[in-house]
Design a protein around this ligand. Structure first.
Ligand SMILES: [Zn+2]
Length: 317
């Protein structure tokens, strides 16, 4: 039976239900925890987060993948309590959002050290929380090209994925020639990698999504809901219809088996105000209705939100 590491232990992929494969309980830049003007009480964090997760569960959500990784506000004891309170399976990640969010201790580390760190968090646990990571986060630093540190992290992630069987999520799919070369050198099947943020407003026209898919990489349309129509849209926003058309074109071109979709929302942002009016529940309130209105059938919706993420997240070794 296929299994997935959640913060409360292993679960069968058949129990995952609808999966939001790239989300955040709370995301902040490293150091934001030292900026006292942003400090939140535990009560405030729960108050902001629990209703969103409860609603996710009520609307039919089963599993929430927290793609935060090390250094950006990951908090396992908090995640465990949220999962127990709301009934939502939460999958935590090891790894880093990008080389440029890895703190000095890790930025100076060798590929071997980083590999050991990721493997430990996947097989033994994250600190003394008793929770094991269910996926590895990697990403491309700001600037559009992979840095030397990004490459070290990708190589360590590939080795840890091969050693443990958990998959990799990428922040950004630009400079994919470089990342795919590393995965190929390490012998990791691209089916174990979702190349994320192909749909955001800044990078979508620089991202070779069909080229990545032709080589077997999974493709993450995971910034749904960051729309220019929002009252105060972020810089990576994109017109709603434009993103939806991109997604429909991609699945219509024969890549349905490789797509994953999510909202990349923050339940309770850390060190920044977040994007008002955007939550994980965009999936139920807007995206699935938009897909139905566009004529997408229920079997396809099930494939996107249940079958594909279950296949992606299952530990394969
Ligand atoms: Zn994210």
């Amino acid at each position: 039976m296929s299994r997935v590491n959640t913060v409360l232990g292993e679960v069968s992929t058949s129990e995952l239900g609808l999966v939001a494969f790239h989300e955040h309980i709370g995301y902040g830049m490293p150091g934001s925890e030292l900026d006292s003007k942003w400090w939140k009480s535990p009560e405030q964090a729960y108050e902001e987060t629990v209703p969103k997760l409860r609603k996710f569960h009520e609307l039919g959500g089963g599993t929430f993948v927290d793609a935060t990784g090390i250094c950006n506000g990951r908090d396992l004891d908090y995640y465990k309590s949220l999962s127990a309170k709301t009934g939502v399976h939460i999958v935590a990640c090891t790894g880093f959002v990008g080389g440029d969010t890895a703190l000095q201790h890790f930025a100076n580390a060798s590929v071997e050290y980083l590999t050991d760190q990721f493997v430990h968090e996947i097989t033994v646990g994250i600190g003394n929380s008793g929770s094991r990571a269910g996926a590895i986060k990697v990403g491309v630093s700001r600037g559009g090209r992979m840095t030397e540190l990004d490459k070290r992290i990708y190589r360590a992630a590939a080795r840890a994925a091969l050693a443990t069987g958990v998959p990799i999520l990428t922040h950004l799919a630009i400079d994919a020639e470089t990342s795919i070369a590393i995965f190929n050198e390490e012998g990791l099947s691209l089916n174990r990698v979702v190349f994320g943020h192909v749909d955001d407003g800044v990078n979508h026209d620089k991202t070779r999504d069909t080229w990545i898919a032709e080589q077997g990489g999974r493709i993450g349309f995971d910034t749904f809901g960051y729309e220019t129509e929002l009252p105060d849209p972020p810089f990576w926003a994109r017109p709603r219809q434009d993103r939806l058309d991109h997604f429909l074109r991609f699945i219509g071109a024969g890549y349905l088996d490789l797509v994953l979709a999510s909202a990349d929302a923050n339940c309770s942002p850390l060190g920044w105000p977040g994007v008002k009016g955007h939550t994980v529940n965009y999936i139920f309130e807007d995206l699935i209705p938009d897909l139905r209105n566009a004529g997408v059938d229920e079997a396809t919706i099930t494939k996107i939100f249940y079958d594909n993420p279950a296949s992606f997240l299952s530990i394969q070794n």
